[in-house]
Ligand binder design. Sequence first.
Ligand code: PEP
Ligand code: MN
Length: 340
Amino acid sequence: MIIILSPTASKSDLDELLTNLKDRGYGVHLSQGVEKTIVGVIGAHDEVKPMMAEQLSSLAYVEGVVPILKPFKVVSREFHPDKTIVRVRGVDIGGQKLVVMAGPCSIESEEQTIQVAQAVQAVGATILRGGAFKPSTSPYSFHGLGEDALKMMAAAREVTGMPFITEVMDTRDVELVSKYADILQIGTRNMANYSLLQEVGNVKKPVMLKRGMASTIEEWLQAAEYIANRGNYDIILCERGIRTFETFTRNTFDVSAIPVVTGLSHLPIIADPSHGTGRYQLVSPVSKAAIAAGADGLMIEVHPNPAKALKDGPQSLTPENFSKMMSELGNVARAVGKYV
Ligand code: PEP
Ligand code: MN
């Protein structure tokens, strides 16, 4: 349940309430907006909720008590009516300006990384993406250069000033990846790896949580709640396509998930049409659809020579194709009150 404080509530009223809840053995999450202070209560059983609601409503400094029936609370709009903006090295994710994260599927060399970073930055990308630890369905394909790749991305950040995002696959690597990366990515195969979610929830770095390829929106938001419950509220969601019976595309990009999520949650949402379609020809049209549907930004795979990419060449844009797409996004963005 969530407790909305009255506008006249003082700091000591809030402290009293928090002590009251903690004494009852509940977890609390605090959302202090410009207009309202909201306290989320975690752990209350359904049978005690009506009684608690009655008791707490009688306090002078409480404006209202709302039971939340959804299986997620902290990431819900009820808890935090304003949209969350995740800030990373001067880049705002979730505001009017669309954020484009771009780079190779996998980091292959320092030269490749810097070359792509400069090319995508020149046409408007503000975050570099790249895989150092690569999940793969096949045990025989490329699994990434590990820490060497993290160093290459850090070198590209040094040259361009761009923050970078990279995937962390294992609880044992969270400390290492956090040492280098600006945003930690949880991939589709790990969306329901609850110990990994809790581990990145303990870190003071933003986390981008991809939707599990066979997960419902509700399961995805509950996975985000695992991270938030550990105290890390800097969460970005990413729709990257789900498994359907369709085989022409690698996944089916679920464009409807974007307005569903923005209605249910205050977290920013990024669209990944590269993995969502698996075909470079579809990346630009699906990017436009995602922006029109309300996405806060894009994650796009770009490779200087897709024919030679160690991974995901068929869905990678050349720097030229990326530049063309970027020049076309502005019109769509403007139509929905945003800009590139
Ligand atoms: C990726 O972004 O490189 C990746 C592996 O994505 P996903 O987890 O969506 O397959
Ligand atoms: Mn990829």
